[in-house]
Design a protein around this ligand. Structure first.
Ligand SMILES: *Cc1c(COP(=O)(O)O)cnc(C)c1O
Length: 698
């Protein structure tokens, strides 16, 4: 079914609607600018959503544009690039083909802020993977859920306490079209129907299941309403719709994947659905399982226990009654796949356990996480030495065209030449070291100034909205300074991310801020049910009333993909303080580095691989300490020490030309390190050669 927005366009502007219906526009040069030129005010007010823009724009404006030769020439240029990109032949034919693609199944996808079906790092990474699969011409399809009310929005009250609200999406304002098929999944003894939507992410289709159809009862309609709903049974139903419904959706669409990539344990029921299919054809259990395993790979994303959900047998029975029988296996066989150790204790259903036992390959998402995961899951392979546990790692990366801001990209285009992004030739990337310091510093100063302008505007509005005084609200616009070192911390506020370390010694933090040499941007949403994380937000926010210091800290509400680009691009120093070893990878520091930001981070996840003994940023060696208070105290001490003795002096150490040479030396090392080693391009190449290729993994 074609999207309505196509029919609203005069013929000259149909190509504009075609671009609006493919999220390709969002990461390719000229895309956002083109829609901005349609109606600047509506473009930003509407959350940079081109479908909404084209529905809302005044017909008179469209009439002007269809006669505007210059606009039409720009449109043709972008549309030609889009068409050429889609016409390229696929690559990686030894791994997958358009007829038999890889199915990438994930509970969330963060492709663009206008499609709010993600909560944080896992989703943004999955979105980056789809974009890279498109750029790298990998035959792949995404499978996810269409959450009509998405993840929550964050609002802080005057006391600094977080409140949540949800906004229902209007599918007509989104770049999605409904497929003419439905699938059914049996949950709580009733047949729950799911519609299938398709989103185009460049060359990659993303199929989203949606139980909000009139035929379903109210509870079943709610299954795909919001991400990771609080109720455990409802969450299990989400996983069932995603995974069982996802496999059935691909069958209904006539797509025959060569491989199912289960991205995190939420998707693991897909393996049982594949097993059910084989058992229905009367394959013996062992043979059916072997066949399923040959077509499933799994990526585990979290060493935090709560992220690897377990259900007891009764909970599973309440949602998926007779699961073993439906699959065509015995209860013992099911337990053997999804359970824990033997004995009464082990009689639970673990989503990660199931994925580990039904996939031919499991990988963690950084080298350190690989070590942690092998220890954590050793019991699944009794008798194996921890080093022999068959879990490898592919370190995460970020999608460079999404996360490198236009000013930095223009600079690199100029010095590295066209085509550097597609080739990532090491010899070309090495030219980063030859870019004149002055030019890099000019870009840094520009990006910092852009963030200062952004903070000045957003902080004032955020503060007024929560009822703060005009004087305090406006103080943001006078104190944030484009010449002052900008420190940033932005990500989900989970306890293990330790935002609280920033104010571990409040007097010392205040002392640093009072010198007019440091300003701080903080952003992040706490899980609605995590009161501990909410009090951390409140504690940090309490700083705001401290004279001469409080106004130099801005908390930007409702951190998401609309806020992230300005923040990761504008910070000079990017802070990450996870409680080691709980950060599986982390990706925001890579985004900062692609814009010339320097990482100041605990040596955990990706940073423990990338950190180059102080040449490309700063590391906090955090011992895995049983006493958390002690670990916090030590790490906070290191953090303050580095800021006071190394980082702030280095930033302000300028030569006669006003350039911090030493700082820029680090910046180049950091930019080069991430552009060559920590992007989704390297990551997908590695998945293709080590994970996806049949027979490639152990
Ligand atoms: C990159 C990103 C994250 C993940 O950040 P981490 O460093 O992995 O914690 C979360 N939210 C948004 C909006 C992002 O862009």
């Amino acid at each position: 079914m074609p999207h309505d927005v196509l029919a609203r366009m005069p013929p000259e502007l149909v190509p504009l609607a075609e671009l609006a219906l493919d999220l390709w526009w969002s990461w390719n040069p000229g895309g956002p600018e083109l829609f901005g030129a349609v109606d600047r005010e509506r473009w930003s007010a509407g959350g940079m959503n081109p479908v909404k823009l084209l529905r809302d724009v005044a017909p008179g404006r469209l009439d002007v544009l269809r006669r505007d030769g210059e606009f039409l020439a720009r449109l043709r240029k972008v549309h030609d690039a889009w068409a050429a990109d889609h016409a390229r032949p696929s690559r990686f034919s030894d791994v997958a083909t358009p007829e038999h693609p890889i199915a990438f199944v994930c509970a969330e996808f963060g492709v663009h802020s206008s499609l709010a079906i993600y909560s944080g790092g896992l989703g943004v990474l999955a979105g980056d993977i789809l974009k890279e699969a498109s750029d790298s011409a990998v035959p792949l399809v995404g499978v996810g859920l269409f959450y009509r009310r998405g993840y929550f929005h964050q609002r802080l009250d005057r006391a600094g306490w977080q409140h949540e609200y949800w906004i229902a999406a209007n599918p007509e304002e989104l770049p999605i079209v409904q497929e003419p098929h439905r699938v059914t999944v049996r949950l709580r003894g009733r047949d729950v129907q799911a519609a299938i939507w398709r989103v185009q992410v460049g060359r990659i289709p993303l199929y989203l299941l949606d139980t909000d159809v009139p035929e379903n009862d109210p509870t079943s309609r709610f299954i795909t309403s919001t991400l990771y709903v609080g109720d455990r049974a409802l969450r299990l139903m989400q996983y069932a719709v995603l995974a069982i419904g996802g496999v059935r959706a691909l069958r209904a669409l006539g797509i025959e994947p060569t491989l199912f990539h289960l991205n995190e344990g939420h998707a693991s029921l897909a393996a049982l659905e594949l097993l059910r299919e084989r058992r229905a054809e009367h394959a013996p259990f062992a043979e059916a399982l072997a066949e399923v395993r040959s077509r499933v790979v799994f990526t585990t994303h979290t060493p935090v226990a709560a992220g690897n959900e377990r259900y007891d047998v009764g909970e599973v029975a309440a949602v998926l009654d007779g699961l073993a029988e439906q699959v065509g296996i015995s209860d013992d066989e099911l337990h053997g796949l999804a359970g824990g150790k033997s004995g009464a204790d082990g009689r639970y259903f673990g989503v990660t356990e199931l994925a580990l036992r039904t996939s031919r390959s499991t990988n963690a998402v950084s080298k350190r996480h690989g070590e942690v995961a092998r220890g954590m899951w050793q019991h699944i392979w009794p008798g194996l030495d921890v080093h022999d546990v068959p879990i490898t790692h592919v370190t995460n990366g970020v999608h460079l065209p999404t996360w490198m801001s236009p000013p930095m990209r223009e600079l690199l285009d100029r010095h590295l030449g066209d085509g550097w992004i597609a080739s990532r030739d090491p010899a070309v990337l090495a030219r980063i070291f030859e870019i004149p310091d002055e030019e890099l510093w000019a870009v840094r100063s520009r990006l910092r100034a852009d963030l200062v302008a952004y903070v000045r505007a957003k902080a004032v509005t955020d503060r007024l909205a929560r009822g703060e005084s005009i004087a305090y609200a406006e103080s943001a616009s006078s104190t944030f300074d484009p010449g002052v070192l900008m420190l940033g911390f932005a990500r989900r506020v989970a306890s293990y991310k330790r935002l609280h370390l920033i104010v571990h010694d409040p007097m010392r933090s205040i002392g640093l801020l009072r010198g007019h040499r440091l300003q701080v941007v903080i952003a992040g949403r706490a899980h609605p049910q995590d009161d501990g994380a909410k009090s951390i937000v409140k504690t940090v926010l309490d700083l705001r009333h401290v004279e001469e210091a409080g106004s130099r800290v801005a908390f930007l509400e409702d951190y998401d993909l609309a806020v992230a680009p300005a923040v990761v691009a504008g910070c000079d120093v990017w802070l990450n303080l996870p409680r080691a070893p709980l950060e599986a990878s982390g990706t925001s520091g890579m985004k900062a580095a692609l814009n010339g930001g320097l990482n100041l981070s605990v040596l955990d996840g990706w940073w423990s691989e990338a950190f180059d003994e102080g040449r490309n940023g700063w590391g906090i060696a955090s011992a895995n300490e049983a006493n958390e208070a002690l670990q916090d105290a030590r790490d906070a001490e290191t953090l303050y020490g580095l800021l006071e003795r190394e980082i702030m002096p280095a930033f302000y150490d300028r030569d006669a030309a006003g350039i911090p040479r030493d700082w820029i030396r680090r910046l180049k090392a950091s930019l080069h390190c991430v552009a060559s080693g920590f992007t989704t391009k390297r990551m997908l190449d590695e998945y293709a050669s080590r994970i996806w290729r049949a027979g490639a993994s152990r």
